[in-house]
Structure formats: C-alpha cells, structure tokens
Design a protein around this ligand. Sequence first.
Ligand code: 5GP
Length: 239
Amino acid sequence: MQKSAMLYEGKAKKIYDTDDQNCFWVEYKDDATAFNGVKKGTIVDKGIINNKMSAMMFKYLEGKGIETHFVELLNDREQIVRRLDMMPLEVVVRNIVAGSLSKRVGKDEGYVLASTVLELYYKDDSLGDPMVNETHAQAMGWASIEEVETMKKIALRVNEEMAKLTAKAGITLVDYKLEFGKANGKIFLGDEISPDTCRFWDTETKEKLDKDRFRRDLGKVEEAYVEVYSRLKEAVENA
Ligand code: 5GP
C-alpha cells in the first residue's frame, strides 16, 4: 500500500490517504496536549507506545468479536486502519470516579461506581468538548439514537474485555474515551486505546500510569507509558 497526501493532523496523530480507498495510514506523534490544547509538551517515544498499544488492543478486541478499524501494524509509529466516517462524538466509559466526573458530582477520585457509567461528548475543541446526550446527537445529525445505542453496547463489551485484561496485568481500568465511525453503514470502533485516552492505575499502589502524569506534572511520564504497555503486552500474550 502507498501513503499519499496528509488528510488531517490532530494533536497526537497524522492521517494520510492511501491508494486503497478502504484504508487510511496513521502516524502516531510524540506531541502531548491537555486541557483542550492549553498545555502542550512532548512525551518521548509516546507515539511508539501508543501506536503499538492501540494495535495490540484493537487486535485483542477483534479476537473477542468486537469490530475495530485496525488493519495492520506497519512499524514503530505507523499503522493502517479502515477508512471510517467518524462520528463527532466521544464515548467515555467510567468504572471509577476520576477527572471531570469527580468535579461534576463532588465525589473523591477512587470512588468505585456501582455500575458502569457511559457519557457522550460532542467533539469540538473550540467548545471544550461539551457533554451531550443521544437526543442532541440525533437532532444535530451527529448520530441517530439507534447508532448511539450501538456505540454504547460496543463500549460495554469493550469494557468487559478491557477490564478483564487490565486486571490480569495488575492495572485498574478507571475510565477511558472511545470514538466510533462508519464504513458501509456499519459502526466500527476507531481512534486509539492508549495511556493518552485511558486512566490506568496500579491496582496495588494506586499509582497513575497514564496521561494524568503529564496533565498534573507528576513526572515519570515516559516510564508510566512503557510500564503499562509492557504489563498489558504480557497479559495479552498469556491470555
Ligand atoms: P475526563 O472527563 O475525566 O476528563 O476524562 C475521562 C476519560 O476520557 C479519561 O480517561 C480521559 O483520558 C479520556 N478523555 C476524555 N476526553 C478526552 C480527549 O479529548 N482526549 C483524550 N486523549 N482523552 C480524553
């Protein structure tokens, strides 16, 4: 497959067109941003970890019957994905209270939720990704009520599999963000699954092993990304 024009440069990835009309070429960058781009920096080799980890997680989920955009890992920083028409929505899955939910409901970080919380956000940096619901999504033409239902169902399946896997790695899956897109009228899981998009805590020490280390200036950011990837890789290999 041949890489051609760059179609889009996001905060963490570049998307290129290819000579295959069903595929995009993705390049993962080391650039890190937080708080909707207000905080900027670099996490050395983050692109390598996130590329490999996303590929590994998507492949793992595919093996569990969840359809994702992943096609092929090319090298350290690049992978081929199915060409999706992305829905401008983020689906956030929460098992434990942290981050914005902690602020919104006044519960301490670490509070274990009695059941999984699913939230929907409209993906727009200039608006700070506001929280919306499925009636907004339908009324604005972002996704139909049925499509949101499908995304939620897939998100819960992802959560079952991810939570089992992370538990084997001694990691608590706190919360994470998923994005979905359509190809031939069908919904696929897209974007990435990495320490940029998930909160991972060491189950024993409660140490943060994700982007919160960057967001909150906790140090040892690169080390945390490497740690989480190597523990999950071992869990996948032994699964
Ligand atoms: P919160 O709503 O607490 O800020 O985020 C909840 C979870 O979703 C966290 O794991 C966070 O990393 C992820 N998340 C939510 N929005 C975004 C986003 O715009 N970019 C990234 N990388 N992660 C997000």
